[in-house]
Design a binder for this molecule. Structure first.
Ligand SMILES: Nc1ncnc2c1ncn2[C@@H]1O[C@H](COP(=O)(O)OP(=O)(O)OP(=O)(O)O)[C@@H](O)[C@H]1O
Ligand SMILES: [Mg+2]
Length: 147
């Protein structure tokens, strides 16, 4: 694994830019696990990621009542998953993650901490958190390549 890439993202646009840069670099079948608290900027990052994959970023919303949203087409199709509402103890097996990866889609998972270890180890990890001393609109964004 390479060194982690950490960025200070001042404002939503900077986080989106970081997502776009990763999206432009990803290859088919890549899994991205987004970690961070409520409001950390996971969905904002996925908007940029989607753009880097050739999708309309505005089509990416917080999946509020569904756990997974498909974005077919683009340079690489995207499955956007949000595990926040996954019932405790429920499996992620039914969300179609393995199938999508097998078809060469990119899969981006919010609350990626909740992925089973096998999937998590295969994932790019994007960790978003507050950037102490830089104000409310700054985020520390760390990207780790798959182990
Ligand atoms: N530097 C920043 N990067 C990302 N978002 C920022 C930044 N500064 C402020 N924000 C704001 O923080 C919020 C991030 O919301 P977002 O929905 O992306 O969070 P989330 O991590 O997906 O939360 P949830 O766990 O509810 O899905 C937005 O309102 C955004 O405008
Ligand atoms: Mg979100």
């Amino acid at each position: 694994m390479g060194d982690p890439l950490s960025s200070l993202c001042r404002g939503e646009d900077a986080t989106r830019d970081a997502g776009r840069a990763l999206g432009e670099a990803l290859e088919p079948g890549a899994l991205v696990a987004l970690e961070g608290d409520l409001g950390a900027g996971k969905t904002v990052f996925v908007r940029g990621l989607a753009e880097g994959l050739g999708h309309d970023p505005e089509a990416v919303a917080s999946p509020s009542f569904v756990l997974a949203v498909e974005h077919p087409g683009g340079r690489i199709p995207l499955l956007h998953v949000d595990l926040y509402r996954l019932a405790a103890g429920a499996g992620v097996d039914d969300l179609g993650i393995d199938e999508a990866l097998g078809r060469g889609w990119v899969v981006a998972v919010e609350w990626g901490e909740r992925l089973p270890p096998t999937l998590r180890h295969a994932a790019w990890r994007v960790i978003l958190g507050p950037a102490a001393g830089h104000g409310d609109d700054a985020r520390a964004v760390t990207i780790l390549a798959p182990a």
